[in-house]
Design a binder for this molecule. Structure first.
Ligand SMILES: Cc1cc2nc3c(=O)[nH]c(=O)nc-3n(C[C@H](O)[C@H](O)[C@H](O)COP(=O)(O)O)c2cc1C
Length: 410
C-alpha cells in the first residue's frame, strides 16, 4: 500500500478487535452505520457456525472522525467480541490466570496450528489459532467500509457474488465474459437476497443442499466468488514497477484472506486455453464519451472515450486500470476445522490422535466474498489516492475532475 496503511489486531476470543487506518484525507463522510452494514453482510451466509449467532458486530469509531467527517488523522475502530465474557480468564493478558484453560495440543490439518507453534515456540495451539482465525476479517471489513465510502464519492462501487460451492457451479459457458456493468450489478442484487449470495436462485437451492449434507456429515466446503468494481477511471496502478501493478496488488490483498488459494483477474486461467485472437479485448470508441458530446456526469469521461467489445482482461492491462469494470475471481478452500476430524498427532506425546474440533463454520464462501470486497476497496482506494492525492476531499475532487477533463480532450 502506498498512500493508505492499515493494521488490525485482536484475538478471536480476546476482548475486541482493533484497527488503525492511516492516510485517509479529510472531509469524507463516515458513520458507524456505514461500517455496521458491511459487518452485517460478512456475518451472514448459509453454513456459518454458532459463533456468528453470538456476535452481532458493531464498529465504534475511536478517532479520526469528528461530527461525521474524516479529519485526515488516523482512524481507529473498535469491535467488541461479545463472546469474550466466556473467555475472560482463559484469554486474559494477566499471568495470574495462566493454566485456567486446557491447552490445545492436536493441530488441525489445513490450519496455521502446527507451523505456527513451531515458528513461535508455543506449546498451546490456542496461542496461534486465536489470531489465525478469520474473526480478524471483521476488522478488514470495517476498514474496507471506509475505503468504500471514499470511492463511492467518485461513483466507484464494489460488489461480489458467489459462483461456486463445492462442485455446484452457477457458471454457464461464457459467464466470465458477460461482465458489463449492468450484468454485474444485476448479479449482485440477486446475490444479496440469496442465502449463499449466489445470483442464480435455482443454483442457490442446490448450494444450500450440499451445505446441509456437509453439516450432517461433519464435513466442510469451499467455493469460488467474484468481486467487481465499476466506475473506475483509466489509469490506476502502473506498468513501470512490479509492485505498482494494480492486478498484483489486488491479488496479494485477496490472497491474504484466510483460506483463499487462488485469485484470477478477468478470464484468468481460462485465458491460457485460448488463442490470442479469442481473448484480447478489441478497442472501440465508446459511444457515451465520443468527441464533441457534452457530458454531464463526471464518471462518463473516465474511460478516455475508448471502450472494449469484451472485457476478458477484467479491467486491467499492463497493471493499469483500463476503464472497464474490474472483475476478480477467488477460490476458497474448504474450512479446515471438521466436526469429524482428520487424523493428527498430539504434540506432547507424538501419538496419533484426531485433530481438535472447536465450534466452526462449515462453509464461509459468502462471507469471504464480502471480505474480498473490503480488501479490494482498500487497494483501489490506495491506488486512487496515489493518483489523485491530496489532503482533503475537495483537493482530491479537483485533481480527479481535472484528470477527467483531460481524458475528455485526449
Ligand atoms: C470468513 C471466513 C470464515 C472462516 N471460518 C472458519 C472457521 O469457522 N473454522 C476454520 O477452521 N476456518 C475458518 N476459515 C478459514 C481459516 O481461517 C483458514 O483456513 C486458516 O486460517 C488457515 O489459513 P489458510 O487456509 O489461508 O492457509 C474462515 C475463513 C474465512 C475467510
Amino acid at each position: 500500500m502506498n498512500t493508505i496503511r492499515f493494521f488490525t489486531s485482536g484475538e478471536s476470543h480476546g476482548r475486541a478487535l482493533t484497527g488503525i487506518l492511516e492516510g485517509i484525507p479529510s472531509g469524507f463522510s463516515i458513520t458507524s452505520e456505514d461500517i455496521d452494514n458491511e459487518l452485517r453482510r460478512r456475518q451472514g451466509g448459509y453454513g456459518r457456525g454458532g459463533r456468528m449467532k453470538i456476535e452481532s458486530d458493531h464498529a465504534e469509531i475511536l478517532s479520526g472522525v469528528r461530527w461525521g467527517k474524516t479529519l485526515g488523522s488516523p482512524i481507529s475502530i473498535f469491535i467488541e467480541n461479545k463472546d469474550w465474557k466466556n473467555w475472560q480468564e482463559g484469554m486474559s493478558f494477566d499471568a495470574a490466570f495462566e493454566g485456567s484453560l486446557k491447552p490445545v495440543t492436536r493441530p488441525r490439518p489445513g490450519h496455521a496450528d502446527l507451523a505456527g507453534i513451531l515458528k513461535y515456540h508455543h506449546t498451546d495451539i490456542r496461542n496461534i489459532l486465536e489470531r489465525s482465525s478469520a474473526r480478524e476479517t471483521a476488522m478488514r471489513v470495517a476498514l474496507g467500509a471506509v475505503a468504500k465510502k471514499i470511492l463511492a464519492e467518485f461513483n466507484i462501487r464494489l460488489g461480489s457474488y458467489v459462483i461456486q460451492i463445492g462442485r455446484v457451479s452457477a457458471k454457464q459457458p461464457g459467464f466470465e465474459t458477460t461482465n458489463t456493468e449492468k450484468e454485474l450489478w444485476n448479479r449482485f442484487e440477486n446475490a444479496e437476497v440469496s442465502p449463499v449470495r449466489c445470483p442464480d436462485p435455482a443454483i442457490s437451492k442446490k448450494m444450500v443442499k450440499i451445505i446441509d449434507k456437509a453439516i450432517q456429515e461433519g464435513n466442510s466446503l469451499g467455493g469460488v466468488f467474484e468481486v467487481f468494481v465499476t466506475g473506475l477511471p483509466v489509469g490506476l496502478g502502473s506498468h513501470v514497477q512490479w509492485d505498482r501493478k494494480l492486478d498484483g496488488r489486488i491479488a496479494q490483498a485477496v490472497m491474504s484472506i484466510q483460506a483463499i488459494k487462488g485469485v484470477e483477474i478477468g478470464l484468468g486461467f481460462e485465458m491460457a486455453r485460448n488463442y490470442g485472437s479469442e481473448v484480447m479485448d478489441e478497442i472501440i470508441v465508446s459511444k457515451q464519451s465520443a468527441r464533441g458530446k457534452v457530458q454531464k456526469a463526471p464518471h462518463v469521461y473516465a474511460d478516455g472515450g475508448f471502450s472494449r467489445k469484451t472485457n476478458n482482461a477484467g479491467g486491467i492491462e499492463g497493471g493499469i486500470s483500463n476503464g472497464m469494470p474490474l472483475v476478480i475471481r477467488a477460490a476458497m478452500k474448504p474450512i479446515p476445522t471438521l466436526r469429524k476430524p482428520l487424523m493428527s498427532v498430539d504434540i506432547r506425546t507424538k501419538k496419533p490422535l484426531s485433530a481438535a474440533y472447536e465450534r466452526s463454520d462449515v462453509c464461509a464462501v459468502p462471507a469471504a466474498a464480502v471480505v474480498a470486497e473490503a480488501m479490494t476497496a482498500l487497494v483501489v482506494a490506495d491506488a486512487f489516492l496515489e493518483k489523485f492525492g491530496g489532503d482533503s476531499r475537495d483537493e482530491i475532487a479537483r485533481n480527479y475532475h481535472a484528470y477527467l477533463s483531460y481524458l475528455n480532450t485526449f
